[in-house]
Design a protein around this ligand. Structure first.
Ligand SMILES: C[S@@+](CC[C@H](N)C(=O)[O-])C[C@H]1O[C@@H](n2cnc3c(N)ncnc32)[C@H](O)[C@@H]1O
Length: 381
């Protein structure tokens, strides 16, 4: 299947002239000032100015959010509104710092004014508090912000070692199976905290009740495998990940209700054959952190491990998903900092799947804000 961009028709001469005219007008200060005053264009001009302001200030918004998470503001405000003085005391910020944080966080809907001089949780602060995975994601973004301090140097490839490359040590491709427990602990914990929302979305999109055995490749601490087993009482599950991560999965699952139905297996999916015996194999948030050559190697390994009537279930945020386009912006820069991988659109994933020997490739897009793409495919007969 062709890449969506390659398949786009050439724009006509007329539409090229129109877009060139639009570009000239929108960069002309006299036109911009006229459009800002003229009643019919005023609203559009205002909206554009506000969007541009958000783009300029976005980094500051992120830092305000990070500060709130670091001082545990949402937990502190959860039981009820506090005065600025009490908030300062609980967060151990000086009163000026506490007031600045509260006033900065209020327009971002992280906190809100309640009554006389008090502040409570805002709707977005409450949403952060409702999901422990979000706070963990926000905190680990401190590495990303360090790496983005000079975005041009990052894009030129002038940064020798990034903070995110250290955080995801398998990304350098150097004997990932030799990684030690302490090197995989932080990212594995983060993944397992952030997985439940994604797992529900994937399992709502594709029912596993017609399958006997699921192999979750790159299955981390086994959270997806455990959710799948919980929904499907007859399903056996195998979780495959790097040896140090598989050990964490085993330790986490041991003694839990479903551990009799879940096996953990350590290995390197770029070098070792995958275990056989599963009639459905999942890849959740895995191939986006690999370049095409390695993504293809993983998909071929899955093809080899699946029976003829087996199914591949691939789930990850997709580039160019209508309504969730900025997800592509985020992952393009994030994965550049991490050192490997890229977000792909459905056509690009389909092309890789076809090369690896799959067909009947189908897409469903989830409802959550990241709109995880759930792609199913079967080995070609
Ligand atoms: C981004 S995480 C996703 C984990 C899990 N599927 C989830 O969504 O939370 C990618 C996973 O792939 C695993 N991984 C990376 N390289 C690997 C390799 N060469 N062999 C086996 N697993 C690998 C990592 O240890 C990690 O658990």
């Amino acid at each position: 299947m062709a890449n969506r961009n390659e398949a786009l028709p050439m724009p006509s001469f007329g539409s090229l002239r129109l877009t060139a005219l639009r570009d000239r007008l929108l960069t002309n200060p006299r036109f911009v000032s006229w459009a800002g005053a003229f009643p019919l264009t005023r609203l559009v001009a205002r909206k554009r100015a506000a969007d541009l302001f958000d783009l300029c200030a976005g980094f500051v918004y992120s830092q305000v959010l990070l500060a709130c998470v670091k001082v545990d503001a949402f937990e502190i405000l959860r039981p009820g509104p506090l005065s600025a003085e009490d908030f300062a005391q609980r967060t151990r910020l000086p009163i000026d710092g506490a007031l600045r944080l509260l006033h900065a966080a209020e327009p971002l809907k992280l906190v809100e004014k309640r009554g006389r001089g008090k502040f409570g949780l805002g709707p977005l602060g409450a949403a952060v508090k409702a999901n422990p995975g979000i706070s963990a994601m926000i905190e680990h973004h401190a590495h990303l912000y360090t790496d983005l301090a000079d975005p041009v140097a990052l894009l030129r490839g002038d940064v020798s070692r990034t903070a995110l490359a250290d955080y995801w040590p398998y990304a350098d491709g150097n004997r990932p199976d030799a990684l030690q427990a302490h090197q995989v602990a932080d990212y594995s914990h983060l993944m397992s905290l952030s997985l439940p929302l994604v797992a529900d979305e994937v399992l709502d999109s594709y029912r596993l009740d017609r399958h006997r055995c699921l192999l979750d490749v790159g299955g981390g601490e086994g959270v997806f495998g455990e959710s799948a087993a919980a929904r499907n009482p007859d399903l056996k599950v195998m979780v495959f990940d790097l040896p140090a991560v598989a050990d964490r999965a085993k330790a986490r699952l041991t003694g839990r209700d479903l551990d009799k139905r879940i096996d953990t297996i350590g290995g390197d999916f770029l070098a070792d054959p995958l275990p056989t015996g599963a009639d459905v194999i999942s890849l959740v948030r895995v191939i986006l952190d690999h370049d095409d050559a390695n993504a293809l190697r993983i998909l071929k390994g899955i093809h080899a491990a699946l029976p003829q009537d087996g199914v591949l279930l691939l789930a990850e945020p997709l580039a160019e998903t209508p309504g969730a386009e900025p997800v592509g912006t985020y992952f393009n820069m994030y994965l550049r900092a991490m050192g490997r991988g890229r977000p792909r659109n459905f056509d690009q994933i389909s092309a890789l799947l076809t090369k690896a020997g799959f067909d009947q490739i189908r897409l469903k897009v989830g409802r959550h804000v990241l709109r995880t793409g759930v792609v199913t495919a079967t080995p070609q007969r």
